[in-house]
Design a protein around this ligand. Structure first.
Ligand code: BTN
Length: 326
């Protein structure tokens, strides 16, 4: 555990702590503590200073904790986790798992911060320290690549169920797997597959949920978005939500291995946010306007355009026309 994490563990209770007391507890100089606290401000952690009383994080802060996370899991799923790593800072939790030389299913990684968090289609995923959920899970499928179609849609269902278990309603999915709350983006999923062996696939499933974004984030994200804190009007528990997500994933992935996407089709349809809407599908080569007609048994998007039914296995959907220069 680094110095920053140790200092934040003390301040997490929301009470005042003087620099002197923090220094004594951690056995480091006051100037070292002062530097760490300065770093906290750079990380956009809400830190208050009152002369004579010290420092505090108003309302406290919940750091990620593996024991608290596993409390949300049923016993069967606890056994499915081979390892759960909680990192302070990493380039990307997906990359961390992709770099591992293991083929084990059930390796989970969460981080307080990502410096190179990535979204779909090469985008950056904003990942400030201690504010949101950045979670990845390594899973090994005894399936060929061609049978993994629809996996990311299943992950979308798992995330929605996890958030519903936490008490959220009005959630939906925008194909392939944007998690929406009242048409604003609440989270995203990035599934990355390493190695294409005929009957085996090593898959890293990455989930990012906006739980409690720093106040000045609005202008840094180029689409309508929301966080859990704004929905429930209080600070959410990242550990509880992350635990729910892991639990749902560990329940649904073995089912996907055995039954494929077909067994999830009906469930996905309930959350389809664009069904029968006029949308634009952006692929590498074209933008096609049409009516979203749901998905097929492999999880491909069906779009009616110019009297024809088009099928998309990848792409980006926008409900409004995107500006070509944007
Ligand atoms: C999207 O563009 O909607 C997908 C976003 C996925 C972000 C998550 S955060 C955890 C994991 N690590 C990453 O670098 N990306 C995913």
């Amino acid at each position: 555990m680094g110095q920053l994490h140790k200092v934040l563990s003390l301040l997490a209770d929301g009470n005042f702590h003087s620099g002197e007391v923090i220094g004594k507890k951690l056995q480091v100089s006051r100037s070292a503590i002062w530097k760490t606290l300065k770093h906290c401000r750079n990380l956009e952690i809400d830190l208050h200073t009152v002369r004579g009383r010290g420092y505090r994080i108003p309302g406290g802060m919940e750091l990620l904790n593996s024991e608290t996370i596993t409390q949300s899991l049923n016993q069967k799923n606890v056994k499915r986790i081979v390892q759960l790593d909680i990192l302070d800072c990493v380039d990307s939790t997906n990359q961390y798992l992709l770099n591992l030389k293991t083929n084990l299913s059930g390796y989970v990684c969460l981080a307080e911060k990502q410096v190179a968090g990535r979204g779909r289609r090469g985008r950056q995923w904003l990942s400030p320290y201690g504010h949101n959920i950045y979670l990845s899970l390594l899973w090994h499928f005894s399936l060929s690549l061609s049978r993994l179609g629809g996996l990311s849609l299943v992950v979308g269902i798992a995330v929605i169920k996890a958030l519903q278990r936490y008490g959220l309603a009005d959630l939906s999915l925008k194909w392939p797997n944007d998690i929406l709350y009242q048409d604003k983006k609440l989270g995203g999923i990035l599934v990355e597959i390493s190695g294409d062996v005929a009957e085996q696939c090593r898959v890293v499933i990455g989930v990012g949920i906006n739980t409690n974004m720093p106040k000045n984030t609005a202008e840094k994200i180029d689409q309508p978005w929301i966080d859990v804190a704004s929905i429930i009007e209080t600070t959410p528990s990242r550990n509880a939500i992350a635990g729910n997500i892991i639990d749902e994933l560990l329940t649904m992935l073995p089912q996907f291995q055995q039954q494929g996407f077909t067994s999830f089709l009906k469930e996905w349809q309930q959350f389809d946010s664009i069904h029968q809407q006029t949308v634009y599908v952006h692929t590498a080569n074209e933008v096609l306007e049409g009516t979203a007609e749901g998905i097929d048994e492999q999880g491909n998007l069906l779009l009616k355009s110019g009297g024809k039914l088009h099928t998309f296995c990848s792409g980006e959907v926008s409900v409004r026309k995107m500006c070509s220069g944007c």
